[in-house]
Design a protein around this ligand. Structure first.
Ligand code: HEC
Length: 165
């Protein structure tokens, strides 16, 4: 019995150490990867959708659906890229010299991670819905697209420290 307890203790401390052993480089990489997902995938796809509904670009159902599906593929991965220490002003930021590349994640994310995840899944659903709406025409797409961009705003208002723009 005592042996078993010891084994349990060893396992627990190994697990704790393993969690604490995320290196500063890993934290920096997580910030970069999640920012790239927003900047290089989500934002351009949302921009294209916006241009189509405003008539800046001709409405193309297949292109619109493709863009919305690109957004919908992001949230599952996105929520795995928030290790502790990657909040604005945290350990990761102390390793990132360029201010523009630092984290804009508010500490509230870690205080309410379930809520943060819930909003991320809302984006996944809303963008999938917009993708489905695309082939039903511009009007239907516009409504679904606008519902989706409300989710961007909802999350940013609470969880993003906007440093530029
Ligand atoms: C679940 C929350 C959440 C949702 C939903 C969300 N974002 Fe973000 N977004 C963030 C957070 C948090 C940051 C800051 C991340 C960081 O600095 O690490 C961010 C950053 C960004 C950035 C700045 C990226 C950079 O590095 O400059 C852009 C652009 C952006 N989001 C666009 C969007 C758009 C467009 C949508 C909707 C289609 C959206 N976001 C939906 C949480 C969210």
């Amino acid at each position: 019995m005592q042996k078993l307890m010891m084994l349990v203790c060893v396992c627990v401390s190994v697990a704790i150490c393993a969690t604490a052993a995320i290196s500063a480089e890993d934290l920096v990489a997580a910030v970069k990867e999640r920012r790239d997902l927003m900047k290089k995938t989500v934002a351009p796809a949302a921009k294209l959708g916006g241009q189509m509904i405003k008539g800046v670009k001709p409405y193309d159902a297949a292109e619109a659906a493709k863009a919305m599906n690109e957004i919908s593929a992001v949230p599952d991965k996105y929520v795995t890229l928030f290790p502790k220490g990657t909040e604005h002003g945290g350990v990761a930021d102390s390793q990132i010299p360029d201010k523009d590349d630092q984290s804009e994640a508010k500490p509230e994310i870690w205080e309410n991670f379930d809520d943060f995840k819930k909003i991320a899944m809302k984006l996944k659903d809303a963008s999938a819905k917009a993708a489905g709406a695309a082939e039903q025409g511009k009007g239907t797409f516009t409504a679904a697209f606008n519902d989706m961009t409300k989710v961007c705003k909802e999350c940013h208002e609470t969880y993003r420290e906007k440093l530029e723009q």
